[in-house]
Design a protein around this ligand. Sequence first.
Ligand SMILES: Nc1ncnc2c1ncn2[C@@H]1O[C@H](COP(=O)(O)OP(=O)(O)OP(=O)(O)O)[C@@H](O)[C@H]1O
Length: 354
Amino acid sequence: MRDALMNALKTVNDPELHRDLVSLGMIERAEMDGGLAHVKVNLTTPACPLKGKIESDVRAAVLAVPGVQDVRVTFGATVRAAAQPALPGVKHVVLVGSGKGGVGKSSVAVNLAASLARDGARVGLLDADVYGPSVAHMMGQPAARITANEDRKMLPLEAHGVKFLSMANLSPAGQALVWRGPMLHSAIQQFIKDAAWGELDYLIVDLPPGTGDVQLSLTQTVQVTGAVIVTTPQDVALIDAARAVDMFRKASVPVLGVVENMSYFVAPDTGHTYDIFGRGGSRKLGSEYPLLGEIPLDVEVRQDADQGAPAVLAHPDSAAAQALAGVARTLAGQISVRTLHSTLAELPDQLTVV
Ligand SMILES: Nc1ncnc2c1ncn2[C@@H]1O[C@H](COP(=O)(O)OP(=O)(O)OP(=O)(O)O)[C@@H](O)[C@H]1O
């Protein structure tokens, strides 16, 4: 009977990976209990954007097996590590960058991290925006201080299910950092390599805006899975975003996608939509960089950030939070596809990214 179930499951393809669940090794359990079939699918990320589709496809395929009256589908998830894992225990390092300041890069990084963690992933968040570190505040821990463990490794702080490190938790509050290039380089090295991150599926790195030394130093310090570029749809932001894309291309860091923030505004009183910065402009960056999502301007995103609670957790039903959660899942799916692409010896020709 198990063979019949497995044969049926061989007809179900992962909708993103375009391969059947059996050959992808995603079927953890397939058993009959009377007329009830139990199937456990081990996803490649807990933030799988197409879990609902996989569930209905599995159900339909298994229900067609003679003798099956009902199906119970359950899920687990194991994020597969990049071919060359970033750090011991860290499966993927994802950089969040922008060409220009103030476009909402830190807000996106914090919400991505919180959303992935809520979906069940093990997530770290590194604030590499050394000149204007805002992660500590946005995570609600501006006063916390970083300590070291017995091996003299920095212990990340933790909030909202996310481990994080920010320069703001090292220096006295309100004091500016006057570190120069080489010191910054070694500070970032330490944040990455001399910290006890433990086992992480995703380490999200909030970069400083622009295309300077810190960004380059990071791409040289650690094997990075890819970068996400945050921009507003405004031309001046897009010109700078294109520069950031170019920098990553030159540093051989794949651009996993673009997030268009402050994409539009829906007036709460009239419901009218205003495209304040010109919606959809990020498509001008080129079709080879997938648009991971359009995040509306939303006063709650700003208020939640100020109060130290990511919008995806504080107001999960708002349009902005839903869009941010969608970005996190699309990104996780994108990483799964790329990882499979680079780790499978025999590539299916129809393997596509978003
Ligand atoms: N979608 C949004 N709706 C409303 N406010 C937003 C949105 N995104 C970001 N903001 C607000 O805009 C301001 C700038 O955001 P943020 O600090 O995330 O930008 P940044 O690109 O990281 O800036 P920098 O790197 O220059 O410090 C913050 O006050 C933030 O709360």
